[in-house]
Design a protein around this ligand. Structure first.
Ligand code: SF4
Length: 259
């Protein structure tokens, strides 16, 4: 890997597409916003749940953890039954938890970590655990770079045809029954995502060039649909906006309603 290659995950692509200035602040200037205790708690529970699933799919026992928490035991049992039935886990397949995929382009390394990858002769299934309820808006999830990049990367880095690849989100939240949502891939979608990705990376090339050579910050989107109060200031052309508005907190709100 070249030393100056920039790693890009789905989270970075999402932010780059939605708000280039915030991408610059968070990933280049490393000015992350503080996390609220509620969000911290939710992240902790999400991490613990992912570790539990990883442990299970590595073949390690999770019984001692489940024995002390009945609600967790019930939901994990329901999830594992659902996964086994939906994805035919009993059949002859290869599977791996926390599976890494990377694809290097000229200046970037596109990366993904699949919570679970299940492969058999003619099918590749990516599974992702979400520790919240299934969102109503399927389109938003479909258009999220997690969905697009995960499918794209597997098509690009394996011998599977796009039509043989799918991504399933499993939504797990006590005390609800786990639910799942599957996105099937296709050649047509692969072409569409390839174009979208190329366009996003060309933009990033330009932004970086402008920043490094001309010291010009990443630009705002011309027709920003994020309903960001900062945009009004941007239209008015004021340069004092950064003193007046806590952009980071605005973007937190945008982030929360984005999926
Ligand atoms: S208007 Fe707001 S949300 Fe849109 S690009 Fe600018 S800072 Fe980001």
């Amino acid at each position: 890997m070249k030393s100056n290659v920039i790693r890009l995950s789905q989270a970075q692509l999402n932010l780059l597409e939605r708000c280039p200035p915030q991408f610059q602040r968070v990933y280049l200037d490393q000015l992350a916003s503080p996390i609220s205790p509620e969000v911290q708690e939710s992240l902790l529970w999400g991490n613990q749940f992912h570790q539990l699933m990883q442990q299970h799919f590595l073949g390690l026992s999770i019984d001692s953890i489940l024995e002390v928490d009945k609600d967790l035991k019930d939901i994990v049992k329901a999830l594992l039954n659902g996964v086994s039935e939906t994805h035919h886990l009993d059949s002859d397949c290869w599977r791996e938890a926390e599976h890494y995929r990377g694809l290097e382009t000229e200046n970037y390394l596109l990366t993904a970590i699949y919570d679970l990858l299940i492969l058999n002769n003619n099918q590749a299934q990516i599974l992702d655990w979400k520790t919240y309820l299934q969102p109503q808006n399927k389109k938003k999830l479909e258009n999220n770079w997690q969905t697009k990049l995960y499918l794209y990367l597997l098509a690009e880095t394996s011998d599977y045809l796009p039509e043989q690849i799918s991504l399933t989100y499993w939504f797990v939240k006590i005390p609800h029954q786990p639910q799942c949502l599957t996105f099937e891939y296709s050649e047509q979608l692969h072409k569409k995502y390839t174009k979208e990705l190329e366009s996003l990376l060309i933009n990033l090339d330009d932004y970086l060039l402008n920043l490094n050579k001309n010291y010009v910050d990443f630009p705002h989107l011309k027709n920003c649909e994020n309903n960001c109060p900062y945009y009004e200031f941007f239209l008015s052309g004021t340069n004092e906006v950064e003193n007046n508005i806590n952009l980071l907190s605005i973007m937190d709100e945008i982030e929360e309603v984005s999926i």
